[in-house]
Design a binder for this molecule. Structure first.
Ligand code: NAD
Length: 494
């Protein structure tokens, strides 16, 4: 690997056309993790041409052979897991244990999607006519653009790249600049696993220029995007005239409901993990707690107590529970939201400020923050903050809790703590999020099940599981008439 982290186009590691670079920074220390090529639209165009050229060869390679490359990539990721996790913690900030989980998710997805090389099932069905055969098969789409955020630097790229490849598509991949070094490791892995040139191409650079140029390229038939709702909405508007396929995974405002019959200690475990894990920078983070009035005081006491014990610091330190947030802009955004919460009349129970203790001076740390007295109308209870901040809303019934949960713009994840099976099943039916957890927090998706959200979180697609196959392929329905005569569907009735 060279000193500058390069683009990867047509099987070659190459600098940006104009030679420009940018630095990727460790959010815990301010140190430079790596210097990265800053691409131009002409680099993007070259990557898309390479992907288009590689498509025919790749789609005609038998799927089980394509899958063997994914299996090898999974093995390489296992071998490099610790090294990649450490790099991820340095570049993105999440604590090492979580970074290992991020790499593990990529490993799981490699093996799961490699299995699809021998499945990718279609259907065979009876025909309504004699001597006629009917079936459906999955066909690859062509060149896929994969645009990814920084909060899961390997898992989210794996969620896009592995299914796209196993189904016979070629890919141009633009990771977030915040985690460009870690995110490019999936490309190194697939290269080492034997992926042919042009099948996967990497272009680094800012979303506003490089991401936009990539999405608009004529060769690109599908844009698979994970990031903010703001950018997803812009892409939708931008790409409408081209009628491009667009699969969007966007923001969240997820809630944990705690009913009056809940195991409160279990609920506190789930809230602390879901609200403050990854410093609250998960799309599924619990940024709202909806609690039944009867258990409000006891839950709050336990929750504040546990939250105050969390240790902030560099995620490489095994004693640290909560790492930094990604950058200064995010730190300032979180603090702005906390001020808004105070102005709106919510009360800070703990946290509420930039953390300044020893060892935190050079990084971007925010104290885990709990608001009480929030109402559903407040901005802190409606808008995505993407930091270690959660707002407690008090309700008087299951019905009110469900209405509050469902009454936001987003619809990614929700959770309910109750010991009553009737209330649990009612909630499972009535909560209008893409993910629902019973007696567990809002985070912790598994890769073999559909992942995604409703309303402003998504546009109806799901990643992961077999649902991902529908995003990265299209159905072709085939009829074979071996009767040797004209047969007319719906007209020949017997
Ligand atoms: P972001 O929208 O700023 O950026 C995401 C990616 O899009 C980056 O690679 C960025 O460079 C690129 N981009 C930015 N502007 C672009 C444009 N105009 N055209 C094309 N590409 C562009 O998001 P982020 O800050 O990297 O990530 C945080 C957001 O991601 C949060 O809103 C979070 O909820 C969301 N997220 C959602 C999921 C999910 O599955 N629903 C998962 C993780 C993160």
């Amino acid at each position: 690997m060279s000193a500058v982290h390069l683009n990867y186009i047509d099987g070659q590691w190459c600098p940006a056309e104009n030679g420009e670079t940018f630095d990727s920074i460790d959010p815990a220390t301010g140190d430079i993790v790596g210097t990265v090529a800053r691409s131009t639209p002409s680099d993007v165009a070259a990557a898309c041409r390479a992907a288009a050229r590689a498509f025919d060869r790749w789609r005609l390679m038998p799927a089980p052979r394509r899958a063997e490359i994914l299996f090898r990539a999974g093995e390489i990721l296992i071998r490099r897991k610790e090294e990649l996790a450490r790099l991820m913690t340095r570049e993105m900030g999440k604590v090492l244990q979580e970074a290992r989980g991020d790499v593990q998710e990529a490993i799981d997805m490699a093996f799961y999607m490699a299995g699809e090389g021998r499945r990718s099932f279609g259907q065979t069905t009876p025909s309504e006519l004699p001597d006629k055969f009917a079936m459906s098969v999955r066909a690859p789409l062509g060149v896929v653009a994969a645009i990814t955020p920084w909060n899961f630097p390997l898992a989210i790229p794996a969620w896009k790249i592995f299914p796209a490849l196993v189904l016979g598509n070629t890919v141009v991949y633009k990771p977030s600049s915040e985690t460009a070094v870690t995110s490019s490791m999936i490309v190194h892995t697939l290269e080492e696993a034997g992926l042919p040139p042009g099948v996967l191409n990497l272009v680094h650079g800012p979303g506003a220029s490089v991401g936009t140029a990539l999405a608009r390229q004529d060769e690109v038939v599908l844009v698979s995007f994970t990031g903010s709702t703001e950018v997803g909405r812009q892409l939708t508007i931008d790409l409408a005239p081209q009628m491009k396929r667009l699969s969007l995974e966007m923001g969240g405002k997820n809630a944990i409901i705690v009913l009056d019959d809940a195991d409160l200690d279990l609920a506190v475990d789930g809230i602390v993990w879901s609200a403050f894990g990854t410093s609250g920078q998960r799309c599924t983070a619990a940024s709202r707690v909806i609690v039944h009035r009867r258990v409000h005081d006891e839950l709050i006491r336990k929750l504040v107590d546990r939250t105050r014990q969390l240790r902030l610091g560099n995620g490489l330190d095994p004693d640290v529970d909560v790492g930094p947030v990604i950058n200064r802009a995010q730190l300032e955004k979180i603090d702005r939201y906390v001020r808004i919460g105070v102005q709106e009349g919510a009360q800070i129970l703990t946290g509420g400020r930039v953390a300044t203790g020893r060892g935190l001076e050079r990084g971007f740390f925010y104290e885990p923050t709990i608001f009480d007295g929030a109402t559903p109308a407040m901005r802190i209870a409606r808008e995505e903050i993407f930091g270690p901040v959660t707002a407690v809303i008090t309700v008087d019934s299951l019905e009110e809790a469900i209405a509050v949960n469902n009454g936001v713009e987003y619809g990614l994840s929700s959770a309910i703590y109750t010991r009553d099976v009737n209330r649990a099943f009612t909630a499972m039916r009535e909560l209008t999020t893409g993910l629902v957890y019973v007696n567990a927090g809002t985070i912790g998706a598994e890769i073999h099940l559909p992942f995604g959200g409703t309303r402003a979180t998504g546009n109806g697609h799901r990643e992961a599981g077999t649902a991902a196959l529908d995003v990265f392929s299209e159905w072709k329905t085939i009829f074979v008439d071996y009767s040797g005569r004209l047969q007319r569907a719906q007209i020949e009735l017997g």
